[in-house]
Ligand binder design. Structure first.
Ligand SMILES: [Zn+2]
Length: 296
């Protein structure tokens, strides 16, 4: 589908979303601020003070529209024995939750047998460190990811009573026609994001081997897996690509090949003198993607 002259576009979607929720941006619950009584930073919109009282109950307001209520985020979100606290002071944003900006929980279910491929430290394209963190690239989209162990989630991926995590499952099945799949929707919709790591690795190997490129730099597994996860995640973060841009020639909710954005579908390469040059889409989101981000 949509294959470039030399390239692999191995993608499919299980389901199209027939209805689209209307994002109510700017709907902000303003709780009266009490000057001098609270350490709430001046830029904060939600005042957590009333939610932290012993007798407080959850009114269900969700100022940032991320599926976690203000009450939940003000009190920190606990999964198992781990609590992700309310942001304050100099905390790293990814170490805390914030009622004023979006948070999403993600879990990666690695294969055990055979051992997961998702721990490789080598990443020449993205030049990452030794930690495989495909979710870091979601931040510019306007949502802070929190990676949690999948065993802390129930079978329904529930994080709180109101929101679910996105779960990515690694598969080393190669008997598929694509390297990743995910439903178009939000974290509250259907489960089913799968990344076919071995299928992706085999593609890289076959290209490098047939070109006679033995350089380590040819084997861009991590870059490829990272892009697949970010891309598939995009499909379940509201779909991102505006429904008006649906184009069967690009495989549905994708931008055209060569757009150099995450939500295009094309990994391409050129070969010259036994050197393969890969072009894997970067973690790059459009203004439309940002506007279409939807978490519930
Ligand atoms: Zn896609």
């Amino acid at each position: 589908m949509g294959t470039a002259s030399k390239g692999s576009t191995e993608r499919a979607m299980k389901k199209s979303l027939h209805t689209k929720l209307i994002s109510v941006l700017g709907l902000i619950a303003v709780v009266a601020l009490v000057p001098g009584l609270t350490p709430t930073p001046v830029w904060a919109v939600v005042d957590c003070t009333p939610f932290l009282l012993a007798e407080a109950t959850d009114p269900g307001t969700d100022a940032d529209n991320d599926g976690f209520t203000d009450f939940q985020e003000c009190n920190g979100i606990t999964l198992g024995t781990t609590t992700i606290p309310l942001c304050s002071g100099l905390m790293a944003r990814r170490a805390c939750v914030d009622p004023d900006s979006k948070d999403v929980f993600v879990a990666l279910v690695r294969t055990v047998t055979p051992p997961s491929l998702l721990s490789a430290p080598f990443d020449p394209v993205f030049n990452s460190t030794s930690t495989f963190d495909p979710f870091a690239g979601l931040t510019p989209l306007g949502v802070t990811p929190h990676v949690v162990p999948p065993e802390l989630l129930g079978s329904g991926r529930q994080v709180t009573a109101t929101q679910k995590a996105i779960k990515f499952t690694e598969s080393q099945n190669t008997n598929v026609d694509y390297v990743g799949i995910c439903n178009y929707g939000t974290p509250l919709d259907l489960d089913g994001c799968v990344i076919y790591t071995l299928k992706a690795k085999n593609f890289i190997d076959s290209v490098c081997n047939s070109a006679g490129d033995t350089r380590l730099e040819c084997f861009v597994y991590v870059a490829y897996w990272t892009w697949i996860i970010q891309h598939e995640g995009g499909h379940t973060l509201g779909g991102l690509v505006d429904q008006s841009l649906y184009n069967a020639r690009f495989g549905g909710y994708h931008y055209k090949c060569g757009s150099n954005v995450t939500m295009e579908q094309c990994v391409t390469y050129t070969t010259k003198n036994n050197i393969v040059t890969w072009k894997i889409p970067p973690a790059a989101w459009t203004d439309s993607d940002t506007a279409n981000l939807l978490l519930k």
